[in-house]
Design a protein around this ligand. Structure first.
Ligand SMILES: Nc1ncnc2c1ncn2[C@@H]1O[C@H](COP(=O)(O)OP(=O)(O)OP(=O)(O)O)[C@@H](O)[C@H]1O
Length: 206
């Protein structure tokens, strides 16, 4: 994914993004942190194509996955019904990979529960599974581990590391400055631009 000089202003008023440049190579696990209101979700919505940038370009190739910050589930459908709905949307022959992800995240036993009765953390596990189940080459995750318990949080990072090792580009966005050693690159979104975060990060490309 290649992002060049991206600007975004809501209704031509406040400029939230003021020239974001970002390059995500295959086989990298990257993070963006920023305070509340810094524009992280706005940036991900631009990167996913949901919002058109006021200026600048976003280019990416191959299958694309996006896990939005706010869980979008149909409360009347069971976990399994969500999988089959997305299986059709993604044109997948089966949901075996989705079931593997469910197993890794530890919520297989909820397969026949309706989304409306799931706990917040379990809803988020389903949200992440739906974004991953077509094995995207570029994966954008907005606050993906909100509501996860510690064990699930660790399993999530193991999964993200495995995807990186399999050659996927993974970008995790959070307001928390999580364990930077898990990441190949970390940026901070501040003042509408990205700057490298952490020691020894003076402008190297991912
Ligand atoms: N649809 C919208 N219309 C107008 N302004 C918006 C809209 N969505 C976001 N904003 C504004 O854009 C700015 C950035 O918001 P955004 O949600 O991208 O930040 P964030 O870094 O994701 O915040 P948080 O960590 O709280 O989720 C905020 O000032 C917010 O009020």
């Amino acid at each position: 994914m290649e992002v060049t000089d991206v600007h975004h202003a809501y209704r031509r008023r406040r400029l939230v993004l003021r020239g974001v440049d970002l390059r995500l190579r295959a086989g990298t696990l990257c993070g963006i942190v920023g305070e509340n209101g810094a524009g992280k979700s706005t940036l991900l919505r631009v990167l996913s194509g949901e919002l058109r940038p006021t200026r600048g370009t976003v280019r990416h190739g191959g299958r694309f996955g996006y896990c939005p910050q706010h869980v979008v589930l149909n409360n009347a459908l069971t976990v399994r019904q969500h999988l089959s709905y997305f299986q059709t949307a993604y044109r997948l022959p089966d949901v075996r990979y989705a079931e593997e992800i469910m197993d890794v995240l530890g919520f297989t036993e909820y397969a026949d529960e309706r989304a409306g009765v799931l706990s917040g953390g379990t809803r988020q596990k389903l949200n992440v599974t739906l974004a991953l189940m077509h094995d995207p080459q570029v994966l954008l995750l907005d606050e993906p581990y909100q509501g996860f318990d510690w064990d699930t949080y660790q399993r999530f990072w193991d999964l993200a590391g495995r995807l990186r090792d399999a050659g996927r580009s993974v970008l995790v966005v959070s307001h928390l400055a999580y364990d930077a050693e898990r990441l190949d690159r970390l940026w901070r979104l501040d003042g509408g631009r990205l700057r490298p975060e952490g020691p020894g990060e003076a402008g190297a490309a991912a």
